[in-house]
Structures are given as C-alpha cells and as structure tokens.
Design a protein around this ligand. Sequence first.
Ligand code: HEC
Length: 93
Amino acid sequence: MRGLLLSLALCLTLALTASTTTSSKPVDFEKQIEPILEAKCHPCHFPGGKMYAKRPFDQPATIVALGEKLFTRIKDEAQRKLIRTFLAEQKAR
Ligand code: HEC
C-alpha cells in the first residue's frame, strides 16, 4: 500500500513538472518573428518587394533555410535570441 502511494505521488510530481515545462509556449512565427522582419526588411523581402520571389520572409521555411545568415542584418540581441530559439525549435521537430 505504501509503495503504491509513493509511486502515485511520484507520478503526480512528474506530471506536474511535465505540464509546467511544456506550458512555456513555442515561438509563434507570425506573432513574434514576422513583425521583426517586417519592421526592418520590408518592402524587399515581402510581397511586392524585389527579393520576395527568392527570399520571402513571410514564410518560416525561408528563415529556417537562412538561419544565422540573417544576423548580418539583425544586430539586436533580444531579436537574435528570439530567432535562435525559433530556429532550435524548428530543428527539433
Ligand atoms: C532595400 C531592400 C532590402 C531590404 C530592406 C532588405 N533586403 Fe535582404 N536582400 C536584398 C537584396 C536585393 C538581396 C540580394 C542581394 C544581396 O545579397 O545583397 C538580399 C539578400 C539578403 C540575404 C542573402 C540571401 C541569400 O540568398 O543568401 C539575406 C540573409 C538578407 N537579404 C536578409 C535581410 C534581412 C534580415 C533584412 C532585414 C533586417 C533585409 N535583408 C532587408 C534587399 C533587401
């Protein structure tokens, strides 16, 4: 009986820890990444811009493909960090 209670408690703890770690949401491309790019890289890399056909920045795949190459043009550390997190999450998929 005691063993059962103990393992029940252990299960609960594990479930709680798991739910708190997964509750930190993944980076949302449209809400968090695109606005950075839109603010700085518009109009060229957005619809109607001259680089849109080759490197469309409204598509996550472009950002994943370019990766840290973007940092030649994005110098803000907070923005870089967000992009790095996004890239890592995409790789982990
Ligand atoms: C004024 C128009 C313009 C703006 C604004 C602009 N770009 Fe570009 N971008 C270009 C052009 C044209 C090229 C292709 C020639 C070159 O590499 O410079 C290019 C190429 C690039 C490349 C290389 C792509 C490759 O195929 O290797 C990257 C990376 C890039 N841009 C990132 C950015 C980022 C990030 C921003 C915003 C912070 C930005 N660009 C803003 C016009 C622009």
